[in-house]
Design a protein around this ligand. Structure first.
Ligand SMILES: CCCCCCCCCCC/C=C/C(=O)SCCNC(=O)CCNC(=O)[C@H](O)C(C)(C)COP(=O)(O)OP(=O)(O)OC[C@H]1O[C@@H](n2cnc3c(N)ncnc32)[C@H](O)[C@@H]1OP(=O)(O)O
Length: 393
């Protein structure tokens, strides 16, 4: 049985994900004394390894291969494959590295390794119960993971997905969780007809006991942390802009790795109208992306761009007809999510890391300027105007 099962697994070892369902871990260590794995334990482990839900990765698969060969055949007895026979060379190296490890120890190590894999596969099943799983409950977001893509949906459609204080905090948390989860790509999108109408202007109304200065200070810290979590996000980050985008939801697009937009989307940063100044590192990224003259029209004069214009300026990657937007974008993202995960992550870091320090400095400066700005008459009057429904931008 061993001989029949193992070689088939070995052939697949560096290619395919392992298959479904968890299983109880083997208890081989009692009262701190390591027990010897029996032939039956070993055969169980050989069966269990085929049932692992989560692909343990090539490094572990090579370890399993080497231990299996050592346990069944003893020290490596095959001729060394040529340098261009990458897979067989990697397998040979792993086996050869075990030297004269006794067969019994190799068998024990194999069983222990499978046992540890099956318990971690069980605990990860608890967080990932289905293919479309909710990772955590949020008040203002829906976060799901499917097909290697974590999707963060802004979910205040009746307020055009305006970002209130709690939502800023939830987005920071969701990005942190996405940076540590198994996903390959992370997507931000909006629920309803808007992508996002930017900062919730009622944020300006909730004044703490320390007064408006204290509010401005707290807001500047929150803003800096919020933008910082985009600057530091380690994996490819994609915006699926399903409708109009305003203010801070537009500026942070310069920190995304790709931006797909419906032809219904518009891009509007009416900072001057609100007595405000740019944030989200746009004072640095926008002139770089579209040139200073075009950035001035958006960031200082508040010119609203259509999706086509934003694409022509380089802020948007590609525009799709609204009628086919979701289908086309998700088909594409699912295809991208199948590309090698580490290569994409490292490529993003190579592209972005040189700029990180600069971006954090820009973010700190923009937040500090805004801390002053939101105490200005210009800003307070604009917020009051909006809230009293006298102004629609
Ligand atoms: C002391 C300082 C605290 C600061 C907090 C920290 C963060 C600092 C960041 C500061 C930098 C600012 C960045 C920005 O994002 S600037 C852009 C801000 N956004 C806006 O100015 C948009 C305002 N909204 C509108 O102009 C219109 O609502 C809109 C064009 C978006 C839609 O118009 P429409 O007529 O289609 O729909 P309604 O106006 O009826 O909207 C439906 C309901 O949604 C509410 N809404 C929409 N957007 C916002 C918003 N940004 N803030 C609060 N509420 C919003 C709207 O009021 C309606 O609500 P009701 O149904 O209850 O009336």
């Amino acid at each position: 049985m061993v001989a029949r099962l193992a070689p088939r697994w070995c052939l697949r070892a560096l290619r395919s994900p392992l298959q479904v369902i968890g299983f109880p871990s083997l208890q081989l260590h009692m009262s701190g004394i390591a027990m010897r794995a029996s032939q039956e334990d070993f055969e169980n482990a050989l069966n269990q390894v085929k049932l692992l839900k989560k692909d343990p990765g090539n490094e572990v698969k090579l370890k399993l291969y080497a231990l299996y060969k050592q346990a069944t055949e003893g020290p490596c007895n095959m001729p060394k494959p040529g340098v261009f026979d990458f897979i067989n060379k990697a397998k040979w190296d792993a086996w050869d590295a075990l030297g004269n490890l006794p067969k019994e120890t190799a068998r024990q190590n194999y069983v222990d390794l499978v046992s540890s894999l099956s318990s971690s596969s069980e605990s990860s099943n608890q967080v990932q119960p289905g293919t479309d799983r909710k990772q955590q409950e949020y008040e203002n977001l829906v976060v799901t993971s499917e097909d290697g893509i974590t999707k963060i949906t802004l979910n205040r459609p009746t307020k055009k997905n305006a970002i209130n204080t709690q939502m800023y905090q939830e987005i920071i948390l969701a990005l942190k969780a996405a940076s540590n989860d198994d996903s390959i790509l992370t997507v931000v999108t909006g629920n309803g007809d808007y992508y996002c109408s930017g900062n919730d202007l009622t944020n300006f109304m909730d004044i703490p006991p320390g007064g408006v200065e204290e509010k401005a200070k707290q807001s500047a810290v929150l803003l800096r942390d919020f933008v910082g979590s985009f600057i530091d996000f380690p994996k490819p980050l994609i915006a699926v802009v399903n409708g109009p985008a305003m203010g801070i939801s537009v500026t942070i697009l310069g920190l995304f790795d790709a931006v797909y937009a419906s032809d219904r989307a518009t891009f509007h940063t009416p900072f001057s109208h609100l007595g405000l100044t740019p944030e989200g590192c746009a004072s640095y990224t926008f002139p770089k992306i579209m040139g200073p003259a075009k950035a001035t029209e958006m960031l200082i004069f508040g010119k609203k761009l259509t999706a086509g214009e934003a694409c022509a300026q380089g802020l948007v990657t590609e525009v799709f007809p609204d009628s086919t937007f979701q289908k086309e974008v998700w088909t594409r993202l699912k295809a991208y999510s199948k590309l090698p995960k580490n290569a994409m992550k490292i490529s993003k870091q190579v592209i972005r890391n040189m700029e990180k320090e600069k971006l954090h400095a820009v973010n700190a400066e923009e937040s500090s300027v805004l801390q002053e700005r939101c105490l200005s008459d210009e800003c307070i009057n604009a917020a009051v105007n909006f809230l009293s429904k006298r102004a629609k931008l």
